[in-house]
Design a binder for this molecule. Structure first.
Ligand code: DON
Length: 304
């Protein structure tokens, strides 16, 4: 396994087109695009790393996997009254479907869906308390208490968050929100700004590769049935209007973030985190996707 990822990292270093870092969140535009890291965590506790696997990056939309898990744990299947389970086929920050679908987002991974999930998790609490709960959960599944929110990124998101604010206000206009829009947005911007490295992220995803049980602690994070369903949603919706392409090329449930990270799950086999901040035109990591494509070709880990 170490040979395989060392070889992939070496090939990524030679690629001349590494994609473009996100610039609509100004703080993310400061990240150098020539960085690459990959970590593969196995349920038996082994972990394989290549590249800068200890460098922290903004996990952005990958945090939506953890907030969805929390929401399901707290409120169970009732969350599906507020968010759908269908791919959108539209960009992650699109507003168009909300108007025709009574303010109900297509799925929990597009921005509108994740903002609705933030509202669901809050249950009348302040953003600070909700964020403490989200962080505690992420630290628990990653088995690492050092994980924190990058306040600079959160501020940067807030300052340029007009599109997300419009999604939230539009949904609230249908009477769906239980908390003030500003508080929900504060929660959302901050959980997107959690900073992790690929070692922490691969470890954090292990419960999804292991029937809902964190193999490092033996603790059941979520039921096996729900872990399967989260993987199904990652496969169908985790890369927005690039989900079909990701399934075609990589063949694994995956969730991307505009920070350039991807968490991919090979059920029963491994949890894989990859990071390369340059994005393709849809907003998914260019080299991250290519590296995962090479990995599944060499390991045969595609779910298909
Ligand atoms: O709300 C946003 O636009 C960002 N915080 C998250 C978007 C994102 O990561 C989309 N991923 N590919």
């Amino acid at each position: 396994m170490q040979n395989i990822i060392d070889d992939i990292a070496a090939q990524m270093a030679l690629m001349s087109d590494k994609g473009k870092v996100a610039s609509y969140i100004p703080q993310l535009a400061c990240v150098k695009s020539d960085q690459f890291a990959m970590s593969i965590a196995l349920p038996n506790g082994e972990i394989y790393n290549a590249g800068c696997a200890q460098t922290l990056f903004s996990i952005q939309s990958i945090s939506k996997v953890f907030t969805l898990t929390l929401a399901l744990g707290k409120l169970g299947e009732s969350i599906w009254n507020r968010v759908g389970r269908e791919p959108s086929g539209d960009p992650f920050n699109s507003i168009v479907q909300l108007e025709h679908e009574q303010g109900k987002p297509r799925n929990p991974f597009i921005n509108a869906g994740a903002i609705a999930i933030a509202d669901i998790i809050m249950q009348g609490h302040q953003p600070k308390e909700t964020l403490a709960e989200i962080l505690q959960f992420v630290r628990f599944v990653a088995n690492d208490d050092s994980i924190a929110i990058d306040e600079k990124v959160a501020r940067s998101e807030h300052e340029t968050g007009d599109r997300n604010a419009s999604l939230a206000h539009f949904m609230a206009s249908f009477g769906h929100f239980q908390n003030p829009v500003s508080a929900v947005l504060g929660t959302y911007f901050h959980h997107c700004s959690i900073a992790m490295n690929t070692m922490q992220l691969a470890t954090a995803g292990l419960y999804l590769a292991n029937n809902g049980i964190n193999p490092l602690t033996g603790y059941p994070v979520i039921s096996a049935k729900r872990a399967k369903r989260i993987n199904a949603l990652m496969l169908m919706c985790g890369h927005y209007d690039g989900s079909g392409e990701f399934a075609f090329r990589v063949g694994l449930p995956g969730k991307s973030g505009v920070g350039g990270g991807i968490l991919a799950i090979a059920p029963g086999k491994a949890s894989i985190a990859v990071w390369s901040p340059g994005l393709d035109t849809i907003g998914n990591s260019k080299l991250g996707t290519l590296a995962l494509e090479m990995l599944t070709q060499q390991t045969g880990w595609s779910v298909f």
